[in-house]
Ligand binder design. Structure first.
Ligand SMILES: [Zn+2]
Ligand SMILES: [Zn+2]
Length: 470
């Protein structure tokens, strides 16, 4: 150790790069800058930055105006100008680079460290971060409108509006709408081979195709048009649309609007409500809001019910590899689809995760369905025996037993609560109130009224009991 110093003392110092391939013809690219995205837990001192192979790196280099160019191609291999390693895959090149540095006396220490690494979610192939040019929609320019349209929307639960969704909109970034994939809606942008003139196409006719032409890849990629500016050939760019753009176009695209279906579209837009899980704030909830704001200056939905996720009893996300996924068919077969549905209505407030297990479903059945079924079963058994006729004239409520009047009063209150709740797009509170009502019906009303149904004489009191329970 020659000398100890703070990182800040190094800021602004030039250094000699290990390889001169990326030294730009103009501008300064190899010097120490300050940044805050590496925590002290990861180490202190200087860290190497490569602009085109990491998000933080790119942002930092753009911010500092540091020039950069790719050293690696899209195939993951070093480009020809990186002579020593040209044509080698980056992973293959690693040991060779290490040897090379050692030979040149530039290696201080080589070691293996354990860290997370991105890989293909389907086949596990290690990936590299790679900066690419993309097509964007400049949503940041309409941020105030996005926020205003979200503010005019009813969120259930309410805190998502200014919380999760509000934060997302406050920190709005331009929408990267292009994807380098084979499948997807082709982006309708044609670019001139010669003068790079760009044109956005809005119909099949505009590129000389009949209305019923297949506009998907690969057919659409054969279609060229002449450049109006220089007479050159215009070709479609290879990218397809982000599928979220398709999802956000649903309200009008499903009707065919604006070419047809305009009446149906106008009659059904905006939607009364949509419901999805919490993770859709950045997904469908946003894509609908963004596209409708850009095109129609309003949100695509008036109300949105934002649900939690189904997790295991410990609150862990259900995943196949962890083996804690609960098969819905298992639940339907063992507890019935009504029980599954009721469980989701009642178990947790809207927006909270559902800690689901066979046990929680069993409780739902025991606490709600069995008491409800028992009340019904009790009623139907004696009503049949006594040949109860519901069309008989009603015993006035004021003349009925106090238990009857109590139950009818509870019922009338329940109807009001449920209606108010559902009008607010809240299913949880009403469902819980219904569950409580069934508990009162079973444990108080039926239990304490049994003798009135059992007695042998069919008097007015018995009729009132039947009419009340009916
Ligand atoms: Zn893969
Ligand atoms: Zn041109």
């Amino acid at each position: 150790i020659v000398e100890r110093m703070k990182g800040t003392d190094l800021v602004g110092l030039d250094y000699e790069p290990l390889y001169r391939y990326s030294v730009p013809e103009e501008g300064r690219a190899h010097y120490v800058v300050d940044a805050d995205f590496v925590s002290t837990e990861e180490g202190t001192g200087v860290v190497h930055t490569s602009a085109l192979y990491g998000v933080d790196d790119l942002r930092l280099c753009q911010e500092k105006g540091i020039p950069f160019r790719h050293t690696v191609g899209l195939d993951g291999e070093f480009l020809p100008y990186v002579e020593k390693f040209a044509g080698l895959h980056v992973k293959e090149a690693n040991p060779l680079i290490e040897d090379d540095l050692k030979t040149r006396g530039l290696l201080y220490k080589a070691e293996t460290i354990l860290h997370t690494y991105p890989e293909c979610w389907r086949c596990g192939t290690p990936l590299i971060y790679y900066a690419l040019d993309s097509w964007y929609v400049r949503t940041t320019e309409r941020k105030a409108e996005l926020i205003a349209n979200n503010a005019a929307t009813n969120w259930v639960p309410a805190h998502i509006k200014t919380g999760r969704m509000g934060d997302w909109l406050e920190n709005n970034v331009d929408w990267a709408i292009s994807r380098s994939r084979y499948w997807g809606t082709p982006l309708p942008f044609w670019v001139c081979d010669q003068c790079e003139e760009q044109r956005c196409i809005s119909s099949a006719a505009e590129v000389g195709l009949p209305d019923d032409a297949d506009l998907h890849r690969p057919y659409i990629d054969q279609v060229t048009i002449p450049c109006a500016k220089c007479g050159g050939v215009m070709r479609r760019i290879p990218e397809v649309l982000d599928t979220w753009f398709d999802s956000g176009s649903m309200p009008f695209a499903q009707r065919g609007h604006p070419r047809h279906g305009t009446k149906e579209f106008e009659e059904t837009f905006p939607a009364d409500f949509i419901a999805e899980a919490m993770d859709q704030t950045r997904g469908w909830f946003y894509s609908l809001l963004a596209i409708s704001t850009l095109l129609f200056k309003q949100n695509a939905y008036r109300n949105v019910i934002c649900l939690g996720l189904v997790v295991d009893p410990k609150g862990k996300k259900a995943s196949k590899s962890r083996g804690n996924v609960l098969d819905p068919n298992f639940l339907f077969d063992n507890f019935g689809s009504d029980a599954v549905r009721w469980y989701f209505y009642t178990s947790t407030p809207v927006g909270e995760n559902y800690r689901t297990s066979a046990e929680t479903l069993r409780e739902t059945v025991q606490q709600f369905f069995i008491p409800l079924w028992n009340c019904y079963s009790f009623f139907i058994t004696y009503a049949r025996l006594d040949k109860f006729d519901p069309s008989q004239s009603q015993v006035p409520v004021g003349e009925r037993h106090v238990l009857d009047r109590w139950l009818l009063s509870r019922l009338s209150g329940l109807v009001e609560t449920v209606t108010t709740g559902l009008d607010r797009y809240d299913a949880n509170e009403p469902a819980r109130k219904i569950q409580r009502f069934v508990d009162e019906l079973s444990n108080w009303y039926v239990r304490r009224s049994r003798r009135r149904f059992w007695k042998s004489q069919s008097d007015r009191d018995k009729l009132a009991a039947y009419q009340t329970l009916y």
